[in-house]
Design a protein around this ligand. Structure first.
Ligand code: GLY
Ligand code: MN
Ligand code: MN
Length: 473
């Protein structure tokens, strides 16, 4: 498999996003925004988890060092607080950008030492009526803000305005991030392609072991190793979330982490894994036969899930609602449950009745899609907040009054991930027991419909079998 040329982050993109955030601040009454990056996290004793910056912070700065803050006021003026240079620590931990070099490197108006933060912050937030920061995300931030506000209040006698309102910065940033800009889409396409290549590698390796009689002793974690290998060799940071590799019955556990279950010919393997590339997640699921050929009942259920996914994809278009994709997939899945006898027609009636009573839930218990971006379950409301609430099915056989589902716009990115999961139970046809199938792709809404970002991994059963026979799809 060829190596893709590496992409680089565009330093101009964060500057444009800061300008758009300043505009959003002005539209919401002005003020100043304060945003920390993520802390370093201890894994055990003196060992840390690999560092990852906060998604909002990185979106606005492109800066990936810890202990950094962005202060942005509604005029668009930006201040970065970052670690000062430290030759001795840099020998151990690597280069620090430092406040002297930050304005030229990141395009911020000024940069100051984070070591002076408690001294500097009252001066940066004083003079503004509204203080914006993310609520409920960064531990201890609200208390810290209070202390800075106390200092500003003490300066009111000297004519300094103290903010009188604190507002949630995430409310603005979540909405901004929901619609991806051109640079983000470029990175998401790459995250999708690398994720797909990793799935291809997994299927090819598994098929090779099966063909050569070397499946014995192969386990889920051997396939996880193939995923990681492809992610890293293509320049991704690693997985965007813990990789799910679920052999046989484990596929009926929705978030089964790759473990030591053996790969058995005759069974399916469900792999739900995506990479993180320059801060952006892929989220991709394929389900394939370990031995390279679907059995009749496996293929029967697979084709139902694939048809459900096609129906959902067909519903993704600007002006439509996200919920329509779920509803379209659900109808196909429920029809399939009736056709296969997973649900007894005499007892459950037709598709409308199956949906109305939520009789499908033992076999399909999750949603069909979620926003995708810097976070695998990305930010942005799923509801159209500016519309009045309406009565709608709650998915559990009842009704709920809430805002309608979000209207789709070009640049929004969602997953499309229907599935069927069959656990053994009385009345459930035995030929389907322990089969778990999910098919997941990533879709960006375009002006006319949607574009799939992850279709470099085959999805049709014939194509999967062809790939596993060693034939390019
Ligand atoms: N991999 C988690 C999800 O599909 O939502
Ligand atoms: Mn997934
Ligand atoms: Mn997903």
């Amino acid at each position: 498999m060829s190596l893709l040329p590496p992409l680089t982050a565009d330093p101009e993109a964060p500057r444009q996003r800061r300008a758009r955030l300043a505009e959003a601040l002005r539209a919401a009454g002005g003020g100043v925004a304060v945003l920390p990056t993520a802390p370093e996290r201890v894994r055990n004793r003196d060992t840390h988890h690999p560092y990852r910056p906060d998604s909002h912070f990185h979106y606005l700065t492109g800066f990936d060092e810890p202990e950094a803050w962005l202060v942005l006021d509604s005029s668009g003026r930006s201040t970065l607080l970052c670690r000062p240079r430290h030759p001795e620590r840099e020998v151990w931990d690597g280069h620090r950008l430092g406040p002297e070099a930050a304005p030229a490197a990141l395009g911020v108006d000024e940069a100051l030492s984070v070591e002076e933060i408690d001294h500097l912050m009252p001066g940066l937030i004083g003079g503004h009526a509204i203080l914006w920061f993310p609520f409920g995300v960064h531990e201890g931030l609200a208390a810290r803000v209070e202390r800075w506000l106390d200092v500003v209040r003490a300066r009111e006698r000297q004519g300094v305005t103290c903010p009188t309102q604190c507002r949630d910065l995430s409310a603005l940033l979540d909405e901004m991030r929901l619609v991806k800009d051109a640079h983000e889409l470029q990175l998401m396409r790459r995250a999708g392609t690398i994720s797909a290549l990793a799935h291809v590698r997994v299927m090819e390796r598994c098929a090779q072991w099966a063909r050569e009689g070397r499946l014995d002793g192969r386990r889920e974690y051997h396939l996880e190793a193939e995923l990681l290998h492809e992610f890293r060799r293509q320049g991704a940071a690693g997985p965007a979330y813990p990789s799910i590799v679920a052999a046989g019955a484990n596929a009926c556990v929705l978030h089964h982490p790759a473990g030591d279950a053996p790969l058995k010919p005759g069974e399916l393997c469900l792999v739900d894994a995506g990479c993180e590339y320059l801060g952006y997640a892929g989220d991709l699921t394929r389900t394939f036969p370990v031995g390279g050929r679907f059995s009749a009942p496996q293929r029967e259920l697979y084709e139902i899930v694939l048809a459900a996914q096609a129906a959902a994809i067909g519903a993704l278009r600007p002006g439509g609602r996200l919920r329509e994709a779920h509803d379209a997939a659900l109808r196909v899945l429920c029809q399939g449950m009736l056709d296969t006898g997973l649900l007894d027609r005499n007892r459950h009636g037709d598709v409308d009745e199956v949906i109305g009573t939520a009789a499908y839930r033992p076999y399909y218990m999750h949603g069909t899609g979620h926003w995708l971006g810097r976070d695998v379950h990305d930010v942005g409301s799923y509801l159209q907040e500016d519309e009045p609430p309406i009565e709608q099915p709650d998915g559990a056989g009842g009704w709920v009054v809430r805002k309608p589902s979000r209207v789709l716009r070009p640049g929004m990115v969602t997953t499309v991930e229907p599935g069927l999961y069959v656990r053994p139970a009385e009345g459930v046809p035995e030929r389907y027991w322990h089969i778990g199938i999910r098919i997941e792709d990533d879709a960006v809404i375009t002006p006319t419909g949607c574009e799939l970002l992850t279709r470099d991994a085959p999805v049709h059963p014939d194509e999967i079998e062809a790939l596993m026979r060693g034939k390019a799809p």
